[in-house]
Write a protein that binds this ligand. Structure first.
Ligand SMILES: [Zn+2]
Length: 352
């Protein structure tokens, strides 16, 4: 009898408790969605924090083409600068270096670290004129320029270059640098003080640059002795010019970057940069020769003022495996590459 009671008790336990155990063991599998929902609510403030960290920066751009000022997302604006300032078929790392240089220049303007020439677009941070600020092209116009075949490939490459360097700028001893750049150099870049009057800039020093592959690296132009004399007399009304002008031009000395520092023509002594701008030459690295029939031929090497990063040199470095960080630290002596958020929050340590 005891045995019957015992077996009955065991059966009752199996019938009642086993399903309970099974249900219990299944229960946790149904629970997670509820638990996840509960956990998701406190995550919202974290999302806000992330938004704060990925703050959207805006820049006011004066569009020379439309005559209108536009407020743009800084990163969008940088894409337009890279598209306008550097050929899209350059290596990705060169495009990335260009993006950081362009962002540094733009951010310098946004924060007032560097101001534009007064009277051109007062109160507006930057313009689309390459001779004044830096060139910019809209996505639509860039794609039109590239044509159907290359439009989307080129734009994605530029987008990638900007996204992969998002928010990065260059600083020197904690200050935003003046990230000047130029097309190509004749073997070396220039010291800033050799191009513009003023103090030397510690990060804008003459460095080696391999730019032979650049378009129009060596270019010869011709000008008549008469026209040159006219231009010189316009600038120096009291000038006494030599009879044979081509032979009378004497190069006195060169800069560390190999451009003409000073030259002598009759009783005038002028800077090589002044002679370059007077004649609209591609570079202040020039040589002069007497041609036939009273013509003078002037041969230039490189293109641009020669200060800061050489774009063709950047591409040459990228082609031999250089990263954008290596390119930038080569052309801008002693700089650090930091994110804008690290720069704005001094409690963070800038990294390189
Ligand atoms: Zn401007």
């Amino acid at each position: 009898m005891k045995k019957i009671i015992y077996y009955t008790a065991v059966m009752v336990l199996i019938v009642i408790l086993l399903p309970a155990i099974i249900v219990r063991s299944c229960a946790p599998e149904q629970a997670p969605p509820q638990e996840q929902q509960v956990e998701e609510i406190p995550q919202k403030p974290k999302e806000n924090k992330e938004n704060k960290e990925h703050k959207v920066y805006e820049i006011t751009v004066y569009n020379k083409e439309t005559g209108m000022a536009e407020v743009m997302d800084l990163e969008e604006y940088i894409m337009g600068v890279v598209a306008a300032e550097m050929p899209a078929d350059f290596s990705l790392e060169a495009l990335k270096a260009q993006a950081v240089a362009a962002r540094t220049y733009a951010y310098g303007r946004m924060t007032g670290a560097y101001r534009s020439k007064q009277g051109v677009h007062d109160g507006i941070e930057i313009c689309t004129d390459s001779t004044h600020c830096q060139a910019w092209v809209s996505r639509e116009n860039a794609k039109k320029k590239w044509g159907m075949l290359f439009a989307s490939r080129n734009w994605s490459k530029i987008e990638k270059a900007v996204n992969e360097t998002k928010g990065l700028i260059m600083v020197y001893e904690g200050e935003i640098i003046n990230a000047l750049f130029h097309a190509s150099s004749p073997g070396r870049t220039e010291n800033a003080e050799d191009v513009w009057e003023g103090k030397s800039v510690p990060y804008l020093r003459s460095v080696e640059s391999n730019d032979e592959a650049s378009k129009g690296y060596i270019t010869t132009v011709s000008i008549s002795e008469e026209e040159l004399a006219e231009k010189l007399l316009d600038a120096y009304p009291d000038a006494e010019l030599p009879e044979k002008l081509a032979e009378g031009i004497k190069i006195i000395d060169l800069t560390e970057g190999g451009r003409v520092k000073t030259l002598n023509i009759g009783n005038i002594t002028m800077k090589g940069t002044e002679f370059r701008s007077l004649l609209g030459l591609r570079s202040a690295c020039f040589s002069i020769a007497a041609g036939d029939d009273g013509m003078i031929s002037i041969t230039t090497t490189g293109h641009g003022h020669g200060v800061g990063m050489s774009q063709w040199g950047a591409n040459a470095l990228a082609k031999t495996g250089g990263t954008f960080r290596e390119i930038l630290t080569h052309y801008y002596t002693g700089i650090d590459i930091v994110s804008i958020s690290d720069f704005e929050d001094p409690s963070r340590k800038p990294g390189n």
